[in-house]
Design a protein around this ligand. Structure first.
Ligand code: CP
Length: 322
């Protein structure tokens, strides 16, 4: 694997999930794979889970990690081709990325959408510029539209918590929109949809109020519903997440009804497990009674971020070692 950005970058998702579970069972089994190799981690926005889990994963493979908070500590980067840099940006990615490519063996980049210009965000220009100019393999730690390491951790968590069902039947997984106080990116929802569809091992439903349709290129293959109660009926997993509108880009259209999951709604499900990528606004996006219940997988999901990152980094190290 030379880049980890889209689900389609992964040749065999079940094998990658198994690799992550193997690292979970034996974290140090490849402790020299990354010996004398360095991972540079660039953050352009805040993070807790992604930052820490990626470093732990790399260390368990024997790698050194260098974390650079570009947003707060670095020179302001320019990404526009042909820019006349007489404004606030100080250094062009064309100059910065190849330098990082000389310092590191792998580069991991975290960026966010502006949520103002859909075309700009969905072009993924920033991530593509790093991939183009770094000259080394690049891992997305979340981009303007996708969060692949999160999605891999989500599938690992689902795999570990599969309900007992007849062999031929697939688990029912529902991605459900939830309220929030401010507009959030579509990254986690897009990515989860992309990965579940690519995985192909689920009966996949997406529930959201009208006006919150996601980019169909990610959701194609899922059943889309606007009635949350109907959508979660007999669900085995409910992934709760807020996102802002894709059509009326970055806005928060008004909606009807109660969309925050609670115990009453859970009675409609097949004792569903509740998932969320975190951080979560308690009692806005998701109720205490769900988050603190035995049905909640949110801590296990976050813990699995380490094994997701370790399996991806190992796969890239193996590709660069051959
Ligand atoms: N889920 C997730 O990406 O968390 P952080 O923003 O804390 O990295």
């Amino acid at each position: 694997m030379k880049q980890f950005f889209y689900a389609q970058d992964v040749q065999d998702i079940p094998s990658l999930i198994q690799s992550a579970l193997d690292y979970k069972a034996s974290p140090w089994k490849d402790e020299t794979l990354g010996k004398h190799k360095k991972l540079g981690c660039l953050f352009m926005n805040p993070s807790m889970r992604t930052r820490l889990s990626t470093q732990v994963a790399a260390q368990q493979l024997g790698m050194e990690t260098v974390v650079f908070n570009v947003g707060n500590e670095g020179w302001a980067l320019e990404f526009a081709d042909g820019a006349i840099m007489n404004g606030t940006t100080v250094e062009h990615v064309k100059d910065a990325a190849p330098i990082m490519g000389n310092y590191f063996d792998l580069l991991a980049v975290r960026t966010f959408p502006g949520l103002k210009d859909r075309e700009a965000d969905y072009s993924e220009h920033i991530m593509h510029q790093f991939i183009k100019y770094a000259g080394i393999p690049v891992i997305s730690l979340e981009s303007a539209t996708l969060h692949p390491l999160q999605s891999l951790a989500d599938l690992i968590t689902i795999q570990e918590n599969m309900p007992q069902k007849p062999v031929a039947s697939k688990p029912k997984i529902v991605l459900s929109w939830a309220p929030h106080v401010k507009p959030l990116p579509q990254c986690v929802a897009n990515s989860f949809a992309q990965w579940v569809n690519a995985w192909g091992a689920a009966d996949f439903v997406i529930a959201h109020p009208k006006g919150y349709e996601l980019d169909p290129s990610f959701t194609q293959g899922a059943t889309i519903m606007h009635d949350q109660d109907a959508a979660i009926k007999d669900a085995d997993f409910i992934y709760i997440k807020n996102w802002s509108a894709y059509q009326d880009y970055g806005t928060m259209p008004a909606y009807d009804g109660e969309w925050m999951l609670n115990n009453k709604k859970m009675q409609l499900t097949n004792q569903a497990k509740a998932m969320h990528c975190l951080p979560v606004r308690r009692n806005v996006e998701l109720s205490d009674e769900i988050l603190d219940s035995t049905n909640s997988l949110v801590i296990k999901q976050a813990a699995n971020r380490v094994w997701a990152a370790q399996s991806v980094i190992a796969s890239m190290l193996k590709a660069t070692n051959t």
